[in-house]
Write a protein that binds this ligand. Structure first.
Ligand SMILES: N[C@@H](CCC(=O)N[C@@H](CS)C(=O)NCC(=O)O)C(=O)O
Length: 271
């Protein structure tokens, strides 16, 4: 049977669980508690040397990287399809996965960190902080962590995240302008699955409106995604009330500044 190493409120793991739900396949759950540093367990590092979740185990192979895991699942379980039969549409769909991996993921990390985890870490000892954020050789990850730990929402990484979301939502608006319900070949696909946890986190942090208040097509698309049983099963109903409360309360602390920095971004980069 498939095994999934994951963590409940990890955005990357949510993508994979939504895909598994759509495919209707059985899987064995292995929790990697990121708050208890279980990602650094030497046995887990053999499966995922970057100390990340998720990792899928299938037929003795460890499959890593959530976007690639979702595509892998779509290949080995072709029904129901989560990507178009047409190669050009599939290429288009993969652009949404790239947008997540090349920008939205980092945005979610720095928004969540500035809102929630930074205050928590300020109360920890230096050793505890180092334990939590060993950089496993990843200099970019260390720089991002140091910058948001020091400067929170003023970090340049936050502006980068804001910009990545601005571009993604603008492109989404354009993709939906022709009247389609979904982003790729007008079918619910890995485009929606890749994006859903990254839009959901903004909504839970109460900052989504900065981008979508004036984008009704995106709002309607987002409602359709949330109505999907896989979203309900793997995101909405999996979060504990205290996690939801923490996201709402801590998001409120950064929301105004995120809105202002979005205006800074727009002013600086408008063409
Ligand atoms: N590009 C990777 C990123 C995986 C990743 O960073 N996962 C986060 C949770 S969403 C994690 O495990 N972080 C470990 C940590 O915070 O130490 C993927 O999409 O699978």
């Amino acid at each position: 049977m498939l095994k999934l190493y994951h963590f409940e409120n990890s955005v990357c793991a949510q993508k994979v669980r939504m895909t598994l739900f759509e495919k209707g396949v059985e899987w064995e759950s292995h929790e990697v508690n990121l708050f208890a540093n279980a990602q650094y367990d030497p046995e887990y590092l053999k499966l995922n040397p970057k100390a990340y979740v998720p990792t899928l185990i299938h037929d003795g192979h460890a499959i890593r990287e959530s976007t690639l895991i979702c595509e892998y699942l779509d290949e080995i379980y072709p029904e129901p399809p989560l990507s178009s039969a047409r190669p050009a549409e599939r290429a288009q769909m993969r652009l949404w996965g790239k947008a997540v991996d090349e920008g939205l993921f980092e945005g979610v990390v720095v928004f969540s960190f500035s809102a929630m985890f930074r205050d928590r870490m300020k109360n920890q000892t230096r050793e505890q902080r180092q334990q939590r954020f060993r950089n496993v050789g990843d200099a970019a990850r260390r720089d991002r962590f140091m910058s948001t730990y020091d400067d929170g929402v003023e970090s340049p990484y936050v502006l980068r995240g804001i910009g990545a979301y601005e571009i993604a939502f603008k492109l989404m608006d354009e993709a939906l302008a022709g009247g389609d319900d979904w982003l790729s070949d007008n079918m619910f696909s890995l485009a929606e699955i890749n994006l859903a946890p990254f839009v959901a986190r903004l909504e839970y942090l109460q900052i989504l409106d900065h981008w979508v208040a004036e984008r009704p097509l995106v709002q309607n698309w987002w409602q359709r995604v949330k109505d999907r049983p896989c979203y309900q099963a793997e995101i909405a109903t999996k979060l504990k009330q205290e996690e939801i409360d923490e996201m709402i309360e801590s998001g409120a602390k950064i929301s105004t500044r995120i809105g202002e920095r979005r205006q800074e971004y727009i002013a600086a980069f408008k063409d």
